[in-house]
Unconditional design. Structure first.
Lengths: 354, 248
């Protein structure tokens, strides 16, 4: 019994000989395999070369670098309002002028006895909070045309081409001030290459010519008249006036701060009647407010009136002209109205079908 | 007798209401690993070393202290008038108001003690807490009055008002007193010459404002060469123009 146990222990404890181990790994196949894996590992190991970067001047450094930038939405509501009649501006909240007062201030600095540019353009800077319905979504940059009640010389070349069939409409469009009015023959000219569409900034069409106009869709691309951009409609005169005299403006988001948008536009020369300027500004603000996203809080955050060559910027209150906050109930009412308008049409169609 | 002592003691204690502050060496900690619950009617489990690892929740030493309220004993520029209860940052209160003896802790007794008497109320010396600061600032600047080089002009108060607005001071037209003599132009002899006018704040405080005339042309080629930091230069007063007199 003893001897059996000892022999078993010897068996268990016996080490495999070195020869046997070597033979196990040194077969030709396994060597090839190992060679492959080693090569692979060597290839995998990429030598990291540390590039030495010399000093780069601050103005030439990458602008995308994560720099902490000041918030462009200026909030000075923590400052106090002065009760004195003379005060140092920097310690207090910005004064809010009425539009008439602001215009008067600009007229003072542009008076012949000072800057002597009484007909300088009155520019308006509208600052927007571009945040959309969600915190991570933003309103897209937009370009629009605001219709204004009082015309002024905007200094831009705006040629308008109008497509319509009826003789009355052609006359109406000519009177309203379109550069070129025509019907099917105009479409033929364009397809024949005798007329260049790129000479005209705005293309307006009456719905009666729409089937023929489809031939030009490829040439016009995004300029093709559509009711959403108000270039397609029955009321030609109004559209032409809007595009020839309206304020063309574009809202651009800040490069580094996505929720800050800025619109710069001119509402008229400074020597125009103050009331007319105010009305133009009102229409511009109302047009901007139509782009408001459906969310709580302000869309237009600040409005400044400027006039070159003076660097003064005078803050005015835009909420006299447009609602400050988003009215949920009014939006609902509008939607319901739209629905109601749609419904009768459908019922009428149903009646006609019957 | 005993009652009297008690009353005085109580009064002593009363005034110290704003001194009741917690010692600011408290650190609020939280255990990183919660010890396990123990069984009912048994001894709690022994704590392991990991149960003595803490996380800092709040260091009260670096916490922002709330504002402190004090009663002013006299008029303090930029703070308030005598008897005003003002709320300011504690360090400012301690170093600038309490230590110099300009203010006392806000207690009903102190409020009553330092309230303005009727005689003091009628003799107004300062229209507001910040008027004196405005006076000081107006007297240090040299206001650039930019007038046209080509069109004839006569200096009027609204020119000064517009120039002040450009320099960041807001004021009304009726606050400005010009010299009695007419200042006319354009006259290049008057270029960068000084004159003085008086600004009256709240119809009470008066500041002498140093103004310097400059000529500007709308046409860039006609403009005078730019002088760097012209407000630091020595200049002469305008001839034949006196300074308006301050009210006594």
């Amino acid at each position: 019994m003893q001897s059996i146990l000892s022999s078993m222990r010897a068996l268990a404890l016996r080490q495999p000989t070195g020869d046997a181990v070597r033979r196990l790994h040194l077969t030709a196949i396994s060597e090839a395999a190992r060679k492959g894996t080693r090569e692979k590992a060597r290839k995998k190991k990429v030598k990291v070369e540390v590039k030495k970067v010399g000093f780069i001047p601050h103005n030439q450094r990458d602008k995308k670098i994560n720099v902490k930038r000041a918030d462009k939405h200026v909030d000075d509501s923590w400052k106090q309002v002065s009760k004195d009649d003379v005060y140092v501006g920097r310690y207090y909240r910005w004064p809010v002028y009425s539009v008439a007062e602001a215009i008067q201030c600009h007229r003072e600095t542009h008076h012949p006895s000072m800057y002597n540019v009484p007909n300088a353009p009155l520019n308006v800077e509208i600052e927007l909070n571009m945040q959309g319905e969600k915190a991570t979504r933003f309103v897209d940059n937009f370009q629009r045309m605001a219709m204004i009640p009082h015309k002024f010389e905007h200094g831009e070349e705006r040629k308008i081409i109008v497509f319509t069939k009826g003789n009355d409409e052609i006359l109406e469009a000519r009177e309203a001030g379109a550069s070129l009015v025509g019907g099917v023959e105009l479409i033929k000219d364009i397809t024949g290459g005798e007329l260049l569409l790129s000479d005209y900034q705005f293309i307006i069409a009456h719905p009666n010519i729409l089937p023929e106009l489809v031939a030009l869709r490829g040439l016009m691309k995004r300029k093709f008249p559509n009711p959403k951009s108000e270039t397609l409609g029955a009321n030609l005169a109004e559209m032409i006036v809007k595009f020839s005299s309206g304020i063309s403006y574009s809202a651009a988001k800040d490069e580094y701060q996505q929720n800050f948008g800025l619109i710069t536009a001119s509402v008229g020369p400074l020597d125009m009647d103050a009331q007319k300027l105010e009305e133009n500004l009102k229409h511009l603000l109302q047009d901007v407010n139509e782009m408001r996203p459906k969310r709580e809080g302000r869309f237009i955050t600040r409005v400044l009136l400027k006039s070159p060559p003076s660097s003064e910027q005078l803050k005015i209150d835009p909420f006299v002209y447009v609602p400050e906050m988003w009215d949920k109930s009014s939006a609902k009412v509008k939607r319901e109205e739209a629905k109601k308008q749609e419904e009768p049409v459908e019922t009428q169609e149903a009646v006609a079908a019957n | 007798m005993l009652k009297n002592i008690c009353v005085t003691q109580l009064n002593f204690l009363k005034s110290a209401s704003s001194l009741q502050q917690q010692v600011r060496t408290t650190f609020i900690l939280k255990r990183k690993y919660e010890p396990l619950l123990h069984k009912t009617n048994e001894r709690p489990r022994p704590m392991r070393p990991k149960h003595f690892i803490y996380e800092l929740v709040e260091d009260t030493q670096v916490k922002k202290r709330p504002n402190m309220e004090v009663v002013l004993k006299t008029f303090v520029e930029g703070v308030g008038d005598k008897g005003d209860v003002v709320s300011m940052k504690p360090h400012f209160v301690y170093n600038k108001l309490l230590l110099p003896g300009l203010a006392a802790y806000k207690t009903p007794e102190n409020i009553a003690k330092y309230a303005k008497t009727d005689a003091e109320k009628s003799a107004v010396k300062h229209s507001s807490a910040y008027a004196q600061r405005t006076v000081n600032m107006l007297e240090t600047i040299v206001l650039a009055v930019v007038m046209n080089k080509d069109e004839p002009w006569v200096l009027e108060p609204w020119h000064i008002k517009a120039s002040l607005r450009k320099a960041g001071f807001h004021c009304k037209e009726e606050c400005i007193t010009l010299p009695k003599e007419r200042i006319e132009g354009p006259d290049l002899k008057k270029e960068s010459k000084d004159f003085q006018c008086i600004i009256t704040i709240n119809k009470l405080e008066q500041a002498t404002l140093k103004c310097r005339l400059h000529h500007w042309s709308t046409d860039p080629s006609e403009r005078l060469p730019y002088v760097l930091e012209h407000w630091k230069m020595q200049s002469e007063p305008l001839l034949d123009v006196g300074s308006p007199e301050k009210r006594p």
